[in-house]
Design a protein around this ligand. Sequence first.
Ligand code: GDP
Length: 253
Amino acid sequence: MTQAPRPSAAPIKSAANIALGWLHTAKFLTTAPQLHFLPALDVPEIAFVGRSNAGKSTCINTLTQQKQLAFASKKPGRTQHINLFSLGKQGVMDAVLTDLPGYGYAAVPKQDKIRWQQVMANYLVTRENLKAIVLMCDPRHGLTELDEVLLEVIRPRVEEGLKFLVVLTKADKLTRSEAAKALSIMKLNAGGGEVRLFSATKRMGIEEVATLLWDWTHPAASADGANGANALPATAPKMSDAPVDEPPALDED
Ligand code: GDP
């Protein structure tokens, strides 16, 4: 087995290049209206969540260097679906990126909003291979009420070791001092999670976020130089038939 470069030990530039090359392999895997329709996977999964319009699709597309990838999640029929993208070099899946369509969109009927919030909460609380959650937040608006509820829902898992990152999007719209303030306020609210400024237009934070996601999903490669692509077994998806408990609803009222 050949040894891959060590991203964490390498200079930051090459670690970021490895992470970005890996993210560029993202491919649509599957979509499902509820957790129990998703395949059970034993590769680490990273979920992207956030209020609609927070900049999530743009962030996913920027990280993966694919113009349309996450916009597929906005197609009719997929706007309230869990959308999975596989990641891995040479066709060997070693992680999954999950796009959970944005919440809080005003035009969605209340019943649909509540249903979607339950699907999301169920996924975030019970998805076994979930390794990390990335919460997108437009710092001009800060955390919304729904973001706060989501933080409460995931808190027990974060305390148990689930990785958590808040991405402050559209940072190009902030002055330097506004950005510094937004960063320090969010660090206080992120419950020990990471916080990064990000701008797709100014290409800010891309390498940092990519490297974090790589490190979280390839701990063996990061720690001792094992081949990242082989650090975790890639297995054929199998359908889950496990019973799903009803999670708390993310209620916005
Ligand atoms: P989503 O609903 O969370 O997926 O958000 P989108 O990715 O569709 O972005 C919502 C809006 O914010 C769009 O008009 C984007 O062009 C804009 N946007 C997203 N990222 C950035 C950014 O980094 N800078 C600026 N200035 N606008 C952005």
